[in-house]
Design a protein around this ligand. Structure first.
Ligand code: AR6
Length: 173
Protein backbone atom coordinates (compact mmCIF):
# COMPACT_ATOMS: atom_id res chain seq x y z
CA UNK A 1 0.00 0.00 0.00
CA UNK A 2 1.34 3.42 -0.87
CA UNK A 3 0.37 6.82 0.38
CA UNK A 4 -0.84 7.80 -3.08
CA UNK A 5 -4.44 8.27 -4.00
CA UNK A 6 -5.90 6.66 -7.09
CA UNK A 7 -7.11 8.88 -9.91
CA UNK A 8 -10.90 8.68 -10.27
CA UNK A 9 -12.14 8.73 -13.84
CA UNK A 10 -15.64 8.59 -15.30
CA UNK A 11 -16.63 7.04 -18.60
CA UNK A 12 -20.04 6.73 -20.16
CA UNK A 13 -20.13 3.31 -21.78
CA UNK A 14 -20.07 -0.46 -21.51
CA UNK A 15 -17.93 -2.01 -18.79
CA UNK A 16 -17.16 -5.05 -20.96
CA UNK A 17 -15.24 -2.82 -23.39
CA UNK A 18 -12.81 -1.37 -20.86
CA UNK A 19 -9.08 -1.94 -21.22
CA UNK A 20 -8.22 -2.19 -17.55
CA UNK A 21 -6.57 -4.80 -15.35
CA UNK A 22 -9.79 -5.70 -13.55
CA UNK A 23 -13.49 -5.12 -14.21
CA UNK A 24 -15.91 -5.42 -11.32
CA UNK A 25 -19.06 -7.44 -11.86
CA UNK A 26 -22.35 -6.54 -10.16
CA UNK A 27 -23.06 -10.21 -9.50
CA UNK A 28 -25.49 -12.11 -7.29
CA UNK A 29 -24.65 -14.58 -4.54
CA UNK A 30 -25.00 -17.60 -6.82
CA UNK A 31 -22.03 -16.41 -8.94
CA UNK A 32 -23.73 -18.25 -11.79
CA UNK A 33 -24.77 -15.27 -13.91
CA UNK A 34 -27.77 -13.04 -14.41
CA UNK A 35 -28.82 -9.96 -16.35
CA UNK A 36 -27.41 -6.43 -16.58
CA UNK A 37 -23.65 -6.08 -16.08
CA UNK A 38 -23.40 -9.74 -15.03
CA UNK A 39 -25.08 -10.98 -18.22
CA UNK A 40 -22.94 -8.71 -20.39
CA UNK A 41 -19.67 -9.83 -18.73
CA UNK A 42 -20.43 -13.55 -19.11
CA UNK A 43 -21.71 -13.10 -22.68
CA UNK A 44 -18.70 -11.19 -23.86
CA UNK A 45 -16.09 -12.85 -21.64
CA UNK A 46 -17.12 -16.37 -22.62
CA UNK A 47 -17.54 -19.66 -20.73
CA UNK A 48 -14.18 -19.61 -18.92
CA UNK A 49 -15.54 -17.11 -16.41
CA UNK A 50 -18.58 -19.24 -15.54
CA UNK A 51 -16.38 -22.34 -15.31
CA UNK A 52 -14.25 -20.61 -12.69
CA UNK A 53 -17.34 -19.36 -10.84
CA UNK A 54 -18.62 -22.94 -10.69
CA UNK A 55 -15.28 -24.06 -9.22
CA UNK A 56 -15.58 -21.33 -6.57
CA UNK A 57 -19.06 -22.60 -5.72
CA UNK A 58 -17.69 -26.13 -5.44
CA UNK A 59 -14.86 -25.04 -3.11
CA UNK A 60 -14.75 -21.89 -0.96
CA UNK A 61 -18.21 -20.55 -1.69
CA UNK A 62 -20.51 -23.52 -1.34
CA UNK A 63 -23.27 -21.25 -0.05
CA UNK A 64 -22.53 -18.53 -2.55
CA UNK A 65 -20.73 -15.20 -2.23
CA UNK A 66 -22.21 -13.14 0.64
CA UNK A 67 -23.49 -9.62 -0.03
CA UNK A 68 -20.71 -7.05 0.30
CA UNK A 69 -17.87 -9.50 -0.41
CA UNK A 70 -15.73 -9.86 -3.54
CA UNK A 71 -13.83 -12.61 -5.35
CA UNK A 72 -11.77 -12.69 -8.56
CA UNK A 73 -11.80 -14.95 -11.60
CA UNK A 74 -10.23 -14.86 -15.02
CA UNK A 75 -11.73 -12.32 -17.42
CA UNK A 76 -11.88 -14.88 -20.24
CA UNK A 77 -12.04 -13.09 -23.59
CA UNK A 78 -12.50 -9.60 -22.13
CA UNK A 79 -9.68 -7.09 -22.57
CA UNK A 80 -9.19 -7.13 -18.78
CA UNK A 81 -7.08 -9.70 -16.91
CA UNK A 82 -9.54 -10.34 -14.12
CA UNK A 83 -13.19 -10.02 -13.23
CA UNK A 84 -13.80 -9.16 -9.60
CA UNK A 85 -17.30 -10.37 -8.70
CA UNK A 86 -19.08 -8.57 -5.90
CA UNK A 87 -22.65 -8.80 -4.64
CA UNK A 88 -24.43 -5.53 -4.00
CA UNK A 89 -27.33 -5.23 -1.56
CA UNK A 90 -30.90 -5.02 -2.79
CA UNK A 91 -32.12 -1.51 -1.94
CA UNK A 92 -34.63 -1.44 0.90
CA UNK A 93 -36.39 1.77 1.98
CA UNK A 94 -36.87 0.44 5.54
CA UNK A 95 -33.36 -0.91 6.12
CA UNK A 96 -30.15 1.07 5.63
CA UNK A 97 -27.81 -1.23 3.74
CA UNK A 98 -25.34 1.46 2.65
CA UNK A 99 -22.59 -0.25 4.67
CA UNK A 100 -23.00 -3.31 2.44
CA UNK A 101 -22.82 -1.22 -0.72
CA UNK A 102 -19.69 0.50 0.63
CA UNK A 103 -18.26 -2.93 1.46
CA UNK A 104 -18.57 -3.97 -2.22
CA UNK A 105 -16.25 -1.14 -3.28
CA UNK A 106 -13.84 -1.64 -0.36
CA UNK A 107 -13.61 -5.43 -0.75
CA UNK A 108 -13.24 -5.18 -4.55
CA UNK A 109 -10.28 -2.83 -4.06
CA UNK A 110 -8.80 -5.20 -1.48
CA UNK A 111 -9.00 -8.05 -4.01
CA UNK A 112 -7.56 -5.75 -6.70
CA UNK A 113 -4.59 -5.03 -4.42
CA UNK A 114 -4.08 -8.76 -3.81
CA UNK A 115 -4.00 -9.30 -7.57
CA UNK A 116 -1.71 -6.34 -8.17
CA UNK A 117 -4.23 -4.63 -10.45
CA UNK A 118 -3.27 -1.07 -11.36
CA UNK A 119 -6.51 -0.09 -13.08
CA UNK A 120 -10.01 -1.12 -12.01
CA UNK A 121 -13.37 -0.40 -13.66
CA UNK A 122 -16.54 -0.34 -11.55
CA UNK A 123 -20.16 -0.27 -12.66
CA UNK A 124 -22.77 1.53 -10.54
CA UNK A 125 -23.34 -1.47 -8.27
CA UNK A 126 -26.94 -2.14 -7.11
CA UNK A 127 -28.46 0.62 -9.30
CA UNK A 128 -30.13 -1.72 -11.80
CA UNK A 129 -32.16 -4.77 -10.83
CA UNK A 130 -31.30 -4.15 -7.16
CA UNK A 131 -33.05 -0.77 -7.21
CA UNK A 132 -30.61 1.57 -5.44
CA UNK A 133 -31.32 5.27 -6.20
CA UNK A 134 -28.57 6.53 -8.51
CA UNK A 135 -27.64 9.71 -6.61
CA UNK A 136 -27.21 7.88 -3.33
CA UNK A 137 -25.33 5.02 -4.98
CA UNK A 138 -22.93 7.54 -6.52
CA UNK A 139 -22.39 9.17 -3.12
CA UNK A 140 -21.58 5.84 -1.44
CA UNK A 141 -19.33 4.73 -4.33
CA UNK A 142 -17.25 7.90 -4.52
CA UNK A 143 -17.00 8.43 -0.74
CA UNK A 144 -15.95 4.83 -0.20
CA UNK A 145 -13.24 4.64 -2.84
CA UNK A 146 -11.88 7.98 -1.63
CA UNK A 147 -11.71 6.61 1.92
CA UNK A 148 -10.09 3.31 0.98
CA UNK A 149 -6.32 2.87 1.08
CA UNK A 150 -5.25 1.10 -2.11
CA UNK A 151 -2.31 0.74 -4.46
CA UNK A 152 -4.67 0.90 -7.46
CA UNK A 153 -3.60 3.85 -9.65
CA UNK A 154 -6.86 4.43 -11.55
CA UNK A 155 -10.43 3.74 -10.48
CA UNK A 156 -12.77 4.13 -13.44
CA UNK A 157 -16.51 4.34 -12.97
CA UNK A 158 -18.25 3.11 -16.10
CA UNK A 159 -21.75 4.52 -16.32
CA UNK A 160 -24.23 3.12 -18.77
CA UNK A 161 -26.37 6.19 -19.38
CA UNK A 162 -26.24 9.96 -19.12
CA UNK A 163 -28.23 10.08 -15.89
CA UNK A 164 -25.80 7.76 -14.15
CA UNK A 165 -22.84 9.66 -15.57
CA UNK A 166 -24.18 12.98 -14.27
CA UNK A 167 -24.88 11.53 -10.82
CA UNK A 168 -21.27 10.33 -10.50
CA UNK A 169 -19.84 13.50 -12.05
CA UNK A 170 -21.64 15.58 -9.40
CA UNK A 171 -19.82 13.59 -6.68
CA UNK A 172 -16.38 13.49 -8.28
CA UNK A 173 -16.24 17.23 -9.04
N1 AR6 B 1 -21.81 -1.65 -18.61
C1 AR6 B 1 -21.92 -0.72 -17.62
N2 AR6 B 1 -23.03 -0.57 -16.88
C2 AR6 B 1 -24.09 -1.36 -17.17
C3 AR6 B 1 -24.05 -2.35 -18.18
C4 AR6 B 1 -22.84 -2.48 -18.92
N3 AR6 B 1 -22.70 -3.38 -19.89
N4 AR6 B 1 -25.26 -2.99 -18.20
C5 AR6 B 1 -26.02 -2.43 -17.24
N5 AR6 B 1 -25.32 -1.43 -16.63
P1 AR6 B 1 -27.33 -4.34 -12.74
P2 AR6 B 1 -27.43 -4.64 -9.80
C6 AR6 B 1 -25.73 -0.56 -15.51
O1 AR6 B 1 -28.77 -4.67 -12.84
O2 AR6 B 1 -28.46 -3.58 -9.66
C7 AR6 B 1 -27.95 -9.17 -12.31
O3 AR6 B 1 -28.98 -9.98 -12.80
C8 AR6 B 1 -27.19 -0.50 -15.18
O4 AR6 B 1 -27.83 0.49 -16.00
O5 AR6 B 1 -26.38 -4.95 -13.70
O6 AR6 B 1 -26.27 -4.67 -8.84
C9 AR6 B 1 -27.07 -9.89 -11.31
O7 AR6 B 1 -26.93 -11.28 -11.63
C10 AR6 B 1 -27.18 -0.10 -13.72
O8 AR6 B 1 -27.01 1.32 -13.57
O9 AR6 B 1 -26.75 -4.71 -11.26
C11 AR6 B 1 -27.80 -9.70 -10.02
O10 AR6 B 1 -28.82 -10.66 -9.85
C12 AR6 B 1 -25.90 -0.75 -13.17
O11 AR6 B 1 -25.14 -1.11 -14.34
C13 AR6 B 1 -28.40 -8.32 -10.17
O12 AR6 B 1 -28.53 -8.11 -11.57
C14 AR6 B 1 -26.12 -2.00 -12.33
O13 AR6 B 1 -27.22 -2.76 -12.83
C15 AR6 B 1 -27.53 -7.24 -9.63
O14 AR6 B 1 -28.21 -6.02 -9.70
Amino acid sequence: MTGHHPVLTLVRGDITEQHVDAVVNAANSSLLGGGGVDGAIHRRGGPEILAECRRLRASHYGRGLPTGQAVATTAGRLAARWVIHTVGPVHSPGDDRAHLLASCYRESLRVADELGAGTVAFPAISTGVYGWPMDDAARVAVETVRDTATAVAEIRFVLFDERAYEAFAARVR
